[in-house]
Design a protein around this ligand. Structure first.
Ligand SMILES: Nc1ncnc2c1ncn2[C@@H]1O[C@H](COP(=O)(O)OP(=O)(O)O)[C@@H](O)[C@H]1O
Ligand SMILES: [Mg+2]
Length: 226
């Protein structure tokens, strides 16, 4: 358990481009510590999303390996990786993708169903997660009745509900104003402290670096300042 949550070794990701290959990631290695908030920072196009998708088993690298919570996810079949994603990983995206026909509570409860969380525990866990993000009083609201920041907090509650090993958040503050964005990051900070969550977040906002335990900076698909 003392090992890092994620160990990524020499990750390369190429995309076909004009008869050749465009290397979005040019061979980078990093570790993500357990129970910490790690930030992947870099300009638009630097490779943050490509890297996060590989660390989170959504995409496979062209070369290199990823060990997540002791499991070599880059050697797994698509079926195995799908199971890892559903049970071990929580995702929060830039644009909040809540189910518009469901209340905040139902959105979180639905995620627990998908993760095969025990039926008799779902209600308690969904309520607990909405409390953790400060939305106890908004549980019965539909997404369109909530502010952008509140919707993102529901998305966070949904991502943490099945107690994943790692939470990945790709530019979760990009569509929020500065104050609301800071509130969202503060929730991540609190989750690291109170729940011992492991969180990896991408951002191009240099104003958010203070809250991180570890920062990796990407430039043209490689790490700088490491
Ligand atoms: N599926 C793809 N096909 C071709 N090029 C891609 C694909 N995904 C990303 N890229 C390219 O890889 C680079 C990094 O993209 P991305 O990881 O989305 O950067 P960031 O998230 O830092 O903005 C960009 O130049 C982008 O155009
Ligand atoms: Mg991106």
């Amino acid at each position: 358990m003392s090992e890092a949550m994620i160990i990524a070794d020499n990750i390369k990701r190429g995309f076909p481009s004009g008869g050749g290959t465009f290397w979005a990631l040019g061979g980078l290695s990093l570790t993500v510590p357990r129970s910490k908030l790690t930030i992947l920072r870099g300009r638009s196009g630097s490779g943050k999303t490509t890297l996060m998708n590989i660390l989170g088993a959504l995409d496979q690298p062209t070369e290199g390996s990823v060990i997540l919570d002791g499991m070599k996810i880059t050697d797994m079949s698509e079926t195995e990786r799908d199971r890892i994603r559903r049970t071990k990983i929580g995702f929060v995206f830039q644009s909040v993708a809540l189910v518009s026909m469901m209340t905040a509570y139902e959105n979180v409860e639905f995620a627990l169903r998908i993760a095969n969380y025990p039926a008799e525990l779902r209600k308690k866990r969904a309520e607990e997660c909405l409390r953790l993000v400060g939305l106890s009083s908004r549980m019965k609201h539909m997404p369109q009745e909530l502010s952008g920041g509140e919707q993102q907090r529901v998305a966070i509650a949904r991502a943490i509900a099945h107690s994943p090993s790692v939470i990945f958040a790709d530019e979760p503050t990009a569509e929020l104003d500065t104050t609301t964005g800071l509130q969202v990051v503060k929730i991540f900070r609190d989750l690291v402290e109170s729940e011992k969550a492991t969180i990896v977040m991408t951002t191009h906002d240099v104003g958010l670096m203070d809250v991180a335990d570890a920062v990796y900076e990407l430039e043209d698909g490689v790490l700088v300042n490491v």
